[in-house]
Design a protein around this ligand. Structure first.
Ligand code: CU
Length: 323
């Protein structure tokens, strides 16, 4: 066995056994309704009305809201009013009907499982300035599936030509394919009757997505197998075809699904106003409130006890001159 064959074998083994890491389905996230959320004024203890004010989850995940305030609240999908609107007398938000906890007491919690992707705003119907948002993206499984969504239990995926003349083994790495990620496809051909690797052997390789051929090339295995790289731009089901195997009409087809890479998703991340504007209130304290208060205190002290100080110092100078 030549050295390059051993190197290829070792790399194939490493690729076959490596495991992709992706978040599992049906996770839970917790949002707290903080103390002070019922108070719309700047001195409220709450930093945000709901904490965290924006959460990003996968479709199928469950969010639980815990009421840590000392008043009754709701979690109602739709848009509330901002603090400015509330100050001008706008008291009611607009519910969109997707979810509504109804009023729930302090220390109680309420859960909702999101069943569709999108950006969902919500508010409290009792305190409509309380706004939050949940961004739901399409779930990415932690296992590979075929185009119909059936879990691929084992890599490499083994396919036979129609009359079982040829066995073709295909693996790809990472197993769960995301857009924008470099995927390595590795394949080998066997004679299933004699359990023998067929190499060198010619083939035609192509990738088809949504009826469009994305890539095609003729090739021939060297050593024991061959490999190809590909980067998918779009999500959706794909077919990987190995045709004209050994210069015949024999072919095999594999299918899987490409998922939208979460890092490429451009969701309009909602902006939720903080419960208190810390920056503004600190500015106000240091620049606008601080110096006038200090001046006022100084004036009061001076007016009240200034005479005493002046008298004392006069007495001292008089005593000194007397000595
Ligand atoms: Cu409330």
């Amino acid at each position: 066995m030549s050295r390059s064959v051993i190197v290829l074998y070792v790399s194939l083994v490493i690729l076959f056994i490596s495991i992709p890491a992706h978040a599992a389905f049906g996770e839970n996230k917790t949002i707290t309704i903080p103390l002070g959320a019922s108070n719309p004024h700047f001195e409220t203890e709450a930093k945000f009305w709901y904490l965290p004010p924006v959460v990003t989850i996968n479709n199928g995940d469950t969010v639980t809201w815990i009421n840590s305030d000392n008043e009754i609240h709701t979690v109602t999908s739709g848009k509330g009013v901002d603090r400015g609107q509330f100050a001008q007398g706008k008291m009611n938000g607009t519910s969109d009907g997707y979810f509504d906890s109804g009023p729930f007491k302090p220390k109680d919690s309420w859960s909702f499982t999101f069943d569709k992707p999108g950006t969902f705003y919500y508010f409290c119907t009792i305190h409509p300035w309380m706004n939050g948002a949940v961004v739901v993206s399409n779930a990415i499984p932690d296992f590979a599936t075929d185009a119909q969504g059936n879990k691929i239990e084992k890599f490499p995926v083994i396919q036979y030509s129609q009359g079982r003349e040829i066995e073709a083994d295909l693996t790809w790495e990472p197993h769960v394919i995301l857009t924008g990620e470099k995927i390595t496809f590795i394949f080998q051909f066997y004679d299933p009757q004699n359990s023998k690797i067929l190499s060198p052997i010619e083939y035609h390789y192509s990738i088809v997505q949504n009826g469009t051929e994305l890539f095609s090339a003729d090739g021939a295995t060297q050593f024991s197998g061959d490999y190809k790289y590909f980067i998918f731009k779009n999500p959706g089901p794909v077919e990987i075809k190995l045709e004209k195997i050994g210069g015949t009409d024999l072919s095999v087809v594999y299918s899987t699904i490409v998922f939208q890479n979460p890092s490429e998703v451009k969701t309009d991340i909602p902006i939720i106003q903080p419960a208190r504007n810390i920056f503004l209130s600190q500015e106000l304290q240091t620049v606008f409130i601080g110096p006038p208060i200090a001046l006022l205190v100084f004036i009061v002290i001076w007016a009240k006890w200034g005479d005493k100080f002046r008298k004392k110092s006069r007495n001292i100078t008089e005593k000194k001159s007397a000595i």
